[in-house]
Every structure is written in structure tokens, then in C-alpha cells.
Design a binder for this molecule. Structure first.
Ligand SMILES: [Zn+2]
Ligand SMILES: [Zn+2]
Length: 349
């Protein structure tokens, strides 16, 4: 089979190589990949800006596919089942975090495309518990976006207390920001989304998909705009999805007293903030990192109930052989989610 692999550390070092088809062991399932999304993480890996990477490794952690073969002791999956697969390839299962169900905090957690061979390949091997059955009406394309959707679900439904009738500020209209907007809307909140003039198309798309208000953070004062919308109260919750200092500041400034700020984006550097506002406004500041099994069940339920609309976030689709073109488009910041089709030119199907 063909696989797109990071062969060693360094800039680039990514090649399409031929590998033997993997064999599922006891408790494992072989999945024929249908679609796999390119994520910011993959771009960081391309530029050697991802320190946890364990090359050589096949990239790709956002995917959907069809069960092609099951290992011994697998009884709940059959050849032909349509699935999406949790990006956590493994965790220890016995540390305190795992026992609480917070497997995203497990120190032994391994992720597809980072420390385990991932989904930019004809086939990927996964533990049977990581699979989720796709409702019939959910396309492989939408299902390949379950991973970023689960990031949004964890932030909104598991890390924040956002509830119906409240106002949420979301900063950054990238894929995660768009999905946080949709999940917050599904939770019954009114949503204000901020971005820069450069993000105009993404902001307009978010408005069509449910954002109640959009704010241009480089032309307007975000806090002032939120005050106008909330009658001076401020947002009940802010979800920082841009990973830039100005957006973190906007979140702290725009939440009401007693409100909460959930940090979803990574800034990649030490930043300077008005830290006293956390004390003076009694802000609850929380981090939100990836997801766990329960999060995925909720994300699949949102897809099943058609409470989110992921199709419009897909900006381009490419056979895996054209990965460079797809990666380049992602890096230009044009559009949102690009999908690769590992089996598009394969007779193996
Ligand atoms: Zn990702
Ligand atoms: Zn653990």
C-alpha cells in the first residue's frame, strides 16, 4: 500500500512510500481509509515545528473509512462497516486520568500521524474501541471532520458551562473556530465571531452557517462590539481559537464578570496579558485539549442529528498523490479544510 510518511526530523522529509499492508492484531481493526483531512498539525510537521513527532511515521489523524479486516477477539465490527476513528491510537488505560475517562490527559497517549502510523495511507490499523459507526446519511467527507468537531465539542460541551440563551464570543474563524461556533449554536447560545479583514470570506461563511454576529478585530474594538450586543454585560463565555495574543486579550476583555475563557488555540510562545483581569472580574480560565471517547460519541450524535453542517467547510479534495498541492493550498490560508483520498487511484479499493 502507499503511505505518506515523515521519514525523519527536519524540514520536508515527507514522501509517498510503498509499505506492506498492515495486519490487525488481537482487538484491532484494519480500516481502508476513504477520506483524511489535512490539519495545521500536518503543516507544522512538514516544517519540523512539532516536537512530539516520532518519525518515521505515516501522517494523518482525521479520517473516515470502511472496515477491511478484523483481528482476533473483535466481535462488534464487520468488514464493510462505515466508520470514523478516534485520533488517539493508544493510551495506558490504568493511570488516574484514563480511569476517570480523561484519556486526553494520559501521559502515554499516542496519536495517529504523530507517534503511530496514521491515515494518509490505503489502510490504518486501529484499536476496536476507537471506531464509531457512521449514520447512513453522514458522508465520508463529513465524517473525516469528526476529529476537529470533537475538539469543538470538548471545548463547548465538556470544558465550558455554556447554556441556552447565553452569549459566546469565538475568536478566529479557522476550522476549529467555525466548529466551535456551530457547537455553541447547537447548545442554544448566541455567538459572536471575531476575525481580521483578511478572514472576510471565512467570517461570511460562518455567518451563513449560524454565527449571529461577526466582528472585524482589526477594524473594531471587539470588547465594545460585544458590549453593544449584550447591553453592556459582556459575553458569558469566550472561546479562544485563533492562538494569537490579541485574541486572548479580546477574550479576557469581552467576558462578563464571573464569565469563563476557554483556551482552545495554541500561541506557541509566551505572551503578555492583563492577568489581573482574571482576579478582578472573577474570570474562570480553562484549557481545552483534544477529546476522549465520550466526546467522540457526542460529536457523532451531532452529525447523526444534523445539528452541524460540515460540508461547506471543505475547500478542496485531492487524491493522496497530489498531497503537495493540497498542503501548499492549506499553507496559503485559502479556504478551510482540505481532504486527501488515499484510495482514489488504487485498485485495492
Ligand atoms: Zn487535526
Ligand atoms: Zn493513562
Amino acid at each position: 500500500m502507499n503511505a505518506l510518511r515523515k521519514l525523519r526530523r527536519g524540514i520536508g522529509q515527507i514522501e509517498l512510500v510503498a509499505l506492506p499492508r498492515p495486519v490487525p492484531q488481537s482487538g484491532e481493526v484494519l480500516v481502508a481509509v476513504r477520506c483524511a483531512g489535512i490539519c495545521g498539525t500536518d503543516l507544522h510537521i512538514r516544517h519540523d515545528m512539532y516536537s512530539n513527532l516520532q518519525p518515521p511515521v505515516t501522517l494523518g489523524h482525521e479520517f473516515s473509512g470502511v472496515v477491511a479486516e478484523v483481528g482476533a477477539d473483535v466481535c462488534s465490527w464487520q468488514t464493510g462497516d462505515r466508520v470514523t476513528v478516534e485520533s488517539a491510537a493508544a493510551f495506558c488505560g490504568h493511570c488516574d486520568h484514563c480511569r476517570r475517562g480523561d484519556t486526553q490527559r494520559c501521559p502515554q497517549r499516542q496519536a495517529f500521524g504523530i507517534s503511530k502510523d496514521g491515515a494518509f495511507a490505503h489502510y490504518v490499523v486501529a484499536r476496536q474501541e476507537a471506531l464509531h459507526c457512521l449514520p447512513g446519511h453522514v458522508s465520508f467527507q463529513e465524517a473525516a471532520m469528526t476529529e476537529p468537531l470533537a475538539v469543538a465539542v470538548h471545548a463547548v460541551m465538556e470544558r465550558s458551562c455554556l447554556c441556552r440563551g447565553q452569549v459566546a464570543l469565538v475568536t478566529g474563524p479557522g476550522t476549529i473556530g467555525q466548529l466551535v461556533v456551530q457547537v455553541a449554536r447547537a447548545a442554544g447560545a448566541r455567538v459572536v465571531l471575531s476575525g481580521t479583514a483578511r478572514d472576510r470570506d471565512r467570517l461570511e461563511l460562518a455567518r451563513r452557517l449560524g454565527a449571529d454576529h461577526i466582528v472585524f478585530s482589526d477594524q473594531q474594538d471587539v470588547c465594545g462590539a460585544v458590549d453593544l450586543i449584550t447591553g453592556g454585560n459582556g459575553a458569558d463565555a469566550a472561546f479562544e481559537c485563533a492562538g494569537i495574543t490579541a485574541a486572548v486579550r479580546d477574550c479576557l476583555a469581552s467576558v462578563r464578570k464571573g464569565g469563563e475563557v476557554v483556551q482552545v488555540g495554541l500561541t506557541g510562545r509566551n505572551i503578555e496579558l492583563c492577568y489581573d483581569s482574571i482576579c478582578l472580574k472573577e474570570i474562570t480560565l480553562k484549557g481545552s485539549f483534544t477529546h476522549n471517547h465520550q466526546t467522540w460519541a457526542k460529536a457523532v450524535a451531532l452529525l447523526a442529528e444534523s445539528n452541524v453542517d460540515l460540508g461547506p467547510l471543505i475547500s478542496g479534495e485531492f487524491p493522496m498523490e497530489e498531497w503537495q498541492q493540497a498542503f501548499d493550498l492549506c499553507e496559503k490560508g485559502a479556504g478551510l479544510k482540505y481532504l486527501l483520498y488515499p484510495n482514489a487511484n488504487s485498485l485495492e479499493g
